[in-house]
Design a protein around this ligand. Structure first.
Ligand code: CDP
Length: 130
């Protein structure tokens, strides 16, 4: 079985994407990612996505279209990403250093983690809406 990390490409009503700056581990700290995390044993991907967004950002999200398939991560992990909308709450950096809403023009102004960069390119085509 593949080990799965889920990620949320959270869009707002103005076509902006939420980027989150990692606080740890040291080798990833300062890099920007789509919020998310590991799927727990016995947990389904969607439940993990909602749980991680609640833990990391304090928001409830509704997931839409999946962005691509299994994106490679280091080790045995793959990253699965869905477009998402916030349906409850205002995002706060509970586990990240900083959050930023990026417009289409600002999409590559942050130092995305290597694994996330091709995914953000794929998200670029969806900024009009989910
Ligand atoms: O919080 P949890 O331990 O469940 O997972 P995480 O530390 O957020 O994610 C596990 C690993 O996936 C990280 O160490 C990152 O290498 C990678 N990851 C990533 O590259 N891009 C993301 N958007 C999310 C995770």
């Amino acid at each position: 079985m593949k080990k799965v990390v889920v990620g949320a490409a959270i869009l707002d009503g103005d076509g902006r994407l939420l980027a989150a700056q990692r606080a740890e581990p040291p080798e990833l700290a300062g890099g920007w990612e789509l919020p998310g995390g590991k799927v727990d044993p016995g947990e389904d991907d969607h439940t993990a996505l909602v749980r991680e967004c609640l833990e990391e950002l304090g928001v409830v999200v509704a997931a839409g279209t999946q962005v691509g398939g299994d994106w490679p991560l280091t080790g045995d992990y793959v990253l699965r990403v869905w477009l998402a909308r916030i349906i409850e709450g205002e995002p706060e950096a509970k586990e990240h250093l900083e959050l930023r809403w990026l417009t289409a023009d600002e999409l590559f102004d942050v130092a995305w983690l290597p694994a996330d960069l091709p995914i953000v390119r794929a998200v670029q085509g969806h900024l009009g809406g989910i």
